[in-house]
Design a protein around this ligand. Structure first.
Ligand code: HEC
Length: 251
């Protein structure tokens, strides 16, 4: 191949690649539903405590948090071993064990068609906004095995385990009918919670999952401040005296 031709080929490939790169996000953005705004607050210990309790009650049957041990939660959130055993550990394991779901992968696959993923790093893999929105986004869809679908995970394999609390939503066409929270959904049948209560419930759950993805976050921040403190208050005077020492003979 002549150098000229090779050059032309390279240019052609570059052009196609650029086109693909430009087109891909646009195509992706088109069928993606915007996530709801959510300001995570894993520093709110009370919210994270409630989220931990609710996660154990409603989610840990199917999902594990395999990088997190029960007593680590206890230490971080100020929950004693006894309270952990009474309120958070349903599987009868010891407080030093990681949170592993009781459901065998094979049965899960048979029941749901998909193994419920470990959620340790979920808020990092997706985002806190996405997780919050996903938990808000279930709606009735009779074409699905569990009768529900999700705005953020098309053809979702997870049953709407919080449906009794949230109530049952139906999809309304974009731009038609009343919309809820900016989502194309309408509450068709109320649940045991009001929409505000449910939002608070899902906020706690998401805060807990943000904490679970990085239990060290608090330590990291305080280590950061310690380092800053050290640098400013110890090294600065030292540098100053060193400078004085160096310049003494010059002046
Ligand atoms: C009955 C079993 C079951 C229970 C209980 C359950 N889930 Fe799930 N969950 C699943 C399955 C199965 C999937 C996989 C869905 C898919 O990929 O279509 C899933 C997926 C998810 C995902 C999306 C993962 C991803 O990024 O693709 C999140 C987030 C999630 N679940 C959160 C929760 C939370 C929070 C709770 C508790 C309120 C919960 N789940 C309770 C079975 C369950």
């Amino acid at each position: 191949m002549s150098p000229k031709k090779t050059m032309r080929n390279i240019k052609g490939v570059a052009l196609v690649l650029t086109g693909l790169l430009l087109a891909a996000p646009a195509a992706y953005a088109e069928d993606e539903v915007k996530t709801l705004p959510f300001a995570d607050n894993a520093g709110n210990t009370v919210s994270v405590q409630r989220g931990a309790r609710d996660f154990m009650a409603y989610c840990s049957g199917c999902h594990s948090l395999k990088y997190l041990r029960y007593n680590r939660i206890g230490q971080d959130l100020g929950i004693s071993d006894d309270l952990l055993k009474q309120n958070l550990i349903f599987s009868g394991v010891k407080v030093g064990e990681p949170i592993v779901s009781a459901i065998p992968a094979k049965s899960a696959e048979d029941w749901f068609g998909r193994v419920p993923p470990d959620l340790s790093l979920e808020t990092k893999a997706r985002s806190p906004e996405w997780v919050y929105s996903y938990l808000m986004g279930f709606y009735l869809d009779s074409s699905r095995p569990f009768g529900v679908n999700n705005l953020y995970l098309a053809n979702v394999a997870m049953p709407a385990v919080l449906g009794e609390l949230q109530g049952w939503q139906v999809k309304v066409e974009e731009g038609k009918g009343e919309h809820q929270e900016g989502l194309p959904l309408k509450l068709a049948q109320p649940g045991s919670m009001t929409p505000e209560e449910y939002q608070a419930f899902v906020t706690d759950l998401t805060n807990f999952m943000v904490y679970a993805a990085e239990p060290n976050a608090k330590d990291r921040v305080s280590t950061g401040w310690n380092v800053m403190f050290y640098l400013i208050f110890l090294l600065l005077p030292l540098t100053y005296f060193l400078k004085k020492e160096f310049w003494r003979d010059v002046h």
